[in-house]
Design a protein around this ligand. Structure first.
Ligand code: GLY
Ligand code: MN
Ligand code: MN
Length: 436
């Protein structure tokens, strides 16, 4: 199926789910970093999922009905601006290339929307996501309401379009999975490069630079989130992003980094010794987390519910914490009282897709939802041991997480990030070559 058809079909599916009414889905604004310098532009995921259109200042208007109509509002061509900022499609070319029924200049949006909304039963909109857009939507609705004396009806309901789109985005199609597979490969290559380049005396930022180098040289547009490159005690800070400390002999390095490729995120964590050799204590804890991860991945299969991988990881970790003298009591007590939370305080995964913490409900009707083919998620157990009176000192400042990206298949799951080494033997062998 050509690319255009994929996006057209998504719009038709959304229109079908709406039943009747009109949806307005704007892309993300450009954001200033300081004065006239901007952050790199990133489109809105919902908008891009439905259009494939990457320019800023664009809005999709979708009219449900038979036939459904999709209308793009976008920037006009402008030779002067294009000399400074680069190519713009303009409405005419965008209509043809991206397969819309109509396209108009973005400047006409506020004038056309009240006409399009006349006699529509519902406005589907991301109310509450952005106060500027909320105010514009109120303006359109009030314009329609002003015409009621001429027999025009204003929409009686505003519905959250995201509720419909989240369910669509949750189950990935073959094209999306292929992109995520490639994002996983590129990110795995970056982790391999990091293992080869890390050594005592280098800084966390030097290793971060190696990750970026690998992402960009394979065509990934950006990191999918701020890379965490955390040596030693920094690995016990879950969202550490300073990445400015020197790497020390005898410490572990935790790297949580993944690229964004064509709008899709990878999210991989590996933890390895800065000097290439795990100490006995590091190896014990590492292999516990690895065993927890293996059991969690085993539980990612169609028919299992969302929480089963987390429950599996918790059981392995809790037993390990008891065996190492970190937790006390029976496994049931440790799980019941949640005393494991001193060392493992986050969940074992999240949905993954266009957004690194992707859309989709985790529960439906109060029950954990059932996994089905095409759902993509991370599996990321960890163990973080901070200095504390109740913990033997030789465990202090050990922070380990192992995170892979998986997609549910008919028979179980595919690990998209499998090319990143994670057994002790594989990591040590790779680092020995890298340090040779
Ligand atoms: N990198 C963010 C996370 O692992 O959820
Ligand atoms: Mn991560
Ligand atoms: Mn994650």
């Amino acid at each position: 199926m050509s690319n255009i058809k994929v996006y057209q079909q998504r719009r038709l599916r959304l229109a079908d789910k709406m039943g009747a009414g009109l949806a307005v889905i704007p892309t993300a604004p450009e954001r200033a970093r300081n004065r006239d310098s901007h952050y790199p532009y990133r489109f809105d995921s919902y908008f891009h999922y439905l259009t494939g259109f990457s320019e800023p200042e664009a809005v999709l208007v979708l009219l449900a009905g038979n036939p459904a109509r999709s209308i793009l509002f976008c920037r006009e061509k402008n030779l002067e601006r294009e000399i400074w900022e680069g190519f713009r499609h303009g409405p005419e070319s965008a209509k043809e290339i991206f397969g819309f029924d109509e396209a108009h200049p973005i400047a006409q949006l506020d004038e056309m929307l009240p006409k399009l909304l006349a006699d529509q039963p519902s406005l589907f909109f991301h109310l509450g996501a952005d106060s500027t857009w909320d105010a514009r939507a109120v303006g359109w609705l009030n314009s329609v309401r002003e015409q009621v004396r001429s027999g025009i009806a204003a929409p009686g309901a505003i519905q959250d379009v995201r509720a419909l789109l989240d369910e669509m985005r949750l189950v990935k199609d073959a094209g999306e999975i292929a992109t995520m597979r490639r994002a996983g490969e590129i990110s795995a290559a970056a982790h391999i490069r990091a293992m080869q380049q890390a050594r005592p005396g280098r800084h966390e930022f030097e290793v971060e630079a190696e990750l970026l180098h690998e992402f960009r040289r394979h065509g990934a547009q950006a990191p999918a989130y701020t890379s965490i490159v955390a040596g030693g005690a920094n690995a016990c800070v879950l969202h550490y992003v300073f990445n400015d400390a020197p790497l020390k002999n005898g410490e572990l390095l935790l790297i949580d980094a993944g690229c964004e490729l064509d709008g899709y995120a990878a999210d991989i964590t590996r933890t390895f010794p800065v000097n290439g050799k795990f100490s006995a204590v590091q190896k014990d804890i590492y292999e516990l987390v690895l065993a927890a991860q293996a059991d969690a991945v085993f539980h990612v299969k169609p028919g299992n519910h969302w929480n089963q991988p987390h429950e599996a990881a918790l059981k392995v970790l809790a037993q390990g914490f008891i065996d190492f003298g970190l937790c006390h009591g029976s496994i049931d007590e440790v799980l019941e009282k949640e005393s494991y939370r001193q060392f493992y305080m986050h969940r074992t995964g999240h949905w993954l897709g266009m957004d690194v913490h992707d859309v989709g409900e985790y529960k439906r009707g109060g029950e954990w939802r059932t996994l089905q083919p095409g759902m993509a998620l991370t599996v990321e157990p960890g163990c973080y041991i901070r200095p504390a009176e109740n913990v033997p000192a030789h465990f202090w400042n050990t922070g380990i997480r192992i995170e892979d990206d998986v997609v549910v298949t008919e028979g179980g799951c595919e690990v998209l990030s499998r090319a990143a080494p994670k057994t002790v033997a594989d990591i040590e062998a790779l680092m020995e070559q890298g340090h040779a």
